[in-house]
Design a protein around this ligand. Structure first.
Ligand code: CUA
Length: 346
């Protein structure tokens, strides 16, 4: 049985090799992902056994098929019905019933938000207050941290920090079309449906970076709508939280100061927020702590000087169709100052 498990695992790995280095349903780091993985593993093993038995019976039947028609007994003479009952009724009933109830049990990992208690089809799943609200946009993730008083709440984008070893309740909404939140190492997929809030509860069993992906086709840059979940030890997470609650760092160097002026006077401030400044546009990602993020453009490119400059001046070549226009009004000095300002927004 152990060998069979290993065989199925290596086959699964083989099929998923294309994305195994980044995201894999077999590389689980949370209880919900583990339950899903175990169920799919069990289903794969039962499927392999069933197929093996089926082919073995077929091979036996083919081997037995010898002689003329007269030598064989007519089919209506009886016998063989037991095979039909066992193989066609009892075995499928047993297998499908077991998977049905195991699948029902798995539903407790999918709490239903917004349902009244009497309507809750799944009593195992309570309806908690969300810690985080994620709003899907074409083609990035807006992330609202809802814990604490209103002055402690803040908004960020694309990089979702959570404390490890603790369940985090997330409400999922969409600002435009359907998206789907999927971080395979932590959980299954839950859709973001316009006008219908959904809910997911994720838990990371250890600290680490977990990559995910929008899993519902949502337009031309669907494939570049990546998710990064950063699970941290609770103390480190609290530190991150405290820093994110602060307004954007005021620049001190002359270059970063020049960059801030360029940001506020130019088109950037019309779409992006930097808390603590007059930049208050709400249609694009919040940049208050952009310097602390690992990637830009919904985790599509590393957050460094080169990519930031390229993104500002030529977003349409990096991510064609994105709502970020090519900003070509800055000269080289202004552009480098702008990037220096953004990078110090830690
Ligand atoms: Cu958002 Cu696909």
């Amino acid at each position: 049985m152990r060998r069979l498990c290993k065989l199925v695992l290596s086959l699964q790995t083989l099929f998923l090799a294309g994305c195994a280095s980044l995201q894999s349903t077999t590389n689980t780091h949370g209880p919900a992902a583990r339950s899903i993985h175990h169920l799919s593993l069990a289903m794969s093993i039962v499927f392999l056994i069933t197929v093996f038995v089926m082919w073995a019976l077929l091979a036996i039947a083919l081997k037995k098929r010898r002689g003329s028609l007269q030598e064989h007994m007519p089919i209506d003479i009886g016998g063989g019905q037991a095979w039909v009952v066992i193989g066609g009724l009892i075995v499928p009933l047993l297998v499908l019933s077991v998977f049905f109830f195991v699948g029902l049990e798995l539903l407790s990992d999918f709490p239903i938000h917004g349902m009244h208690e009497g309507m809750n089809m799944n009593p195992g799943a309570s309806v908690p207050k969300p810690d985080i609200l994620i709003v899907g946009h074409q083609w990035w993730w807006e992330v609202h941290y809802l814990t604490g008083d209103s002055d402690q709440q803040f908004t960020t984008a694309n990089e979702i920090h959570i404390p490890a070893h603790r369940a985090v309740n997330i409400e999922l909404e969409s600002a435009d079309v359907m998206h789907s939140f999927w971080v395979p190492s932590l959980h299954g997929k839950v859709d973001l449906v316009p006008g219908h809030p959904n809910f997911i509860r994720i838990e990371a069993s250890e600290p680490g970076d977990f990559i995910g992906q929008c899993a519902e086709y949502c337009g031309v840059q669907h494939a570049n709508m990546h998710i990064l979940v950063v699970a941290q030890e609770p103390a480190a997470f609290d530190e991150w939280l405290a820093n994110q609650r602060k307004p954007g760092v005021q620049p001190t160097s002359p270059q970063a100061l020049m960059g801030q002026q360029a940001f506020l006077a130019g088109p950037c401030a019309k779409c992006h927020v930097i808390r603590g400044t007059l930049a208050g546009g709400r249609v694009a990602p919040d940049l208050t702590h952009i310097g602390s993020r690992k990637y830009i453009a919904a985790n599509s490119f590393p957050n460094n000087n080169a990519y930031l400059e390229a993104w500002i001046t030529n977003a349409q070549s990096l991510k064609p169709g994105a709502k970020m226009p090519d900003i070509t009004q800055y000269n080289g000095v202004q552009l480098r100052a702008l990037v220096a300002y953004l990078r110090q927004l830690q």
